[in-house]
Design a protein around this ligand. Structure first.
Ligand SMILES: [Ca+2]
Length: 307
């Protein structure tokens, strides 16, 4: 347990591929994001999960069959999460008093969460514990989320996502469902660009971690739906923010249970963490959110479309 909090910070910091360029400039994009909260039907089928693994944890490739299900067309937004909190009074993990950890830095005794920062010559760490960081203030700098109603909610731990899902009457996808939906029947590309080299997702351009050039229009989180949907109508499956799945990643020792997150984020760069592919996966301590992990939900009980 004591070790857990140090491990979890390291997990968020190392595992979440979050070692990359930060939002260091206002977004030049005028995109305001999708206003509707639709779900799209994902037809069942078979696919090769972990196909063409670039990192060892993605393989080995194996054939998997997935039943049809409905999936959120975009990541859960700040506006959606705010509605949940208003209706239930839910308090997220980042807002609660953290466990007492002998020997931990004093700031970790206060509610907060992990926030990325651009390393400097004097401080090479890429992540810090930001007192007060939570979904209403993802960077813990009191900037808040005003005007970001359609941006994906972040600083949500796994149990926060589960609580939202229960309220919404939906569920988190497991890793196979998520990966199948992200592929939409297509082969994975080595980088999320079209045939002309134009970015098709919010990820990191430039040499990480020196500077995110933001040539895709964003140097931080983007409002949902600012990039084209995949063939099944899903936006931002790649990039923007990592997404929680229900798939667990047990550890052999006593470190806390991790969950599998998918899709990469705005912090994933070609020169460092090319995990902006459907097969890519990371292990994330379930008790800790960060400013680049969100989620979307599925509905397996709703009947398929009748057309
Ligand atoms: Ca970007």
């Amino acid at each position: 347990m004591i070790r857990g909090w140090f491990v979890l910070l390291a997990c968020a910091l190392l595992a979440a591929c979050g070692e990359a360029g930060a939002p260091d400039a206002p977004s030049p994009s005028a995109c305001t994001g999708l206003a509707d909260d639709t779900m799209v039907w994902i037809p069942g089928g078979s696919f090769t999960m972990g196909e063409d693994p670039r990192y060892p944890e993605e393989g080995p490739p194996r054939r998997v069959t997935v039943k049809g299900f409905w999936m959120d067309a975009h990541e859960v937004t700040n506006a959606q999460f705010a509605a949940f909190v208003a209706a239930t009074g839910y308090v997220t993990v980042a807002e609660r008093e953290p466990p007492v950890l002998p020997g931990a830095p004093p700031e970790m005794a206060q509610p907060g969460s992990a926030v990325f920062r651009v390393p400097t010559p004097d401080d090479r760490t890429w992540w810090r514990w930001a007192v007060g960081a939570q979904w209403r203030d993802p960077e813990g700098d009191t900037a808040g989320i005003a005007g970001q109603e359609r941006a994906p909610v972040v600083q949500v731990a796994y149990e926060d996502a589960l609580a939202y899902a229960k309220w919404a009457g939906k569920a988190l996808p497991d890793e196979a469902q998520w990966e199948y939906a992200a592929r939409a029947g297509a082969a994975a590309l080595p980088e999320p660009v079209d045939g002309k080299g134009k970015a098709q997702a919010n990820y990191y351009q430039g040499v990480f971690p020196a500077r995110d050039l933001g040539t895709d229009g964003f140097t931080g989180r983007a409002p949902v739906g600012c990039f084209s949907a995949n063939a099944w109508g899903l936006h931002d499956m790649i990039g923007n923010v990592w997404e929680w799945t229900s798939t667990a990643q047990p550890h052999a020792d006593d470190t806390p249970m991790s969950g599998v997150i998918k899709g990469g984020s705005f912090l994933c760069a070609a020169n460092y963490c090319a995990r902006y592919r459907p097969a890519a996966r990371q292990f994330q301590e379930r008790g800790l959110g960060t400013d680049h992990i969100g989620f979307r939900l599925i509905d397996t009980r709703r009947p398929p479309p009748q057309d």
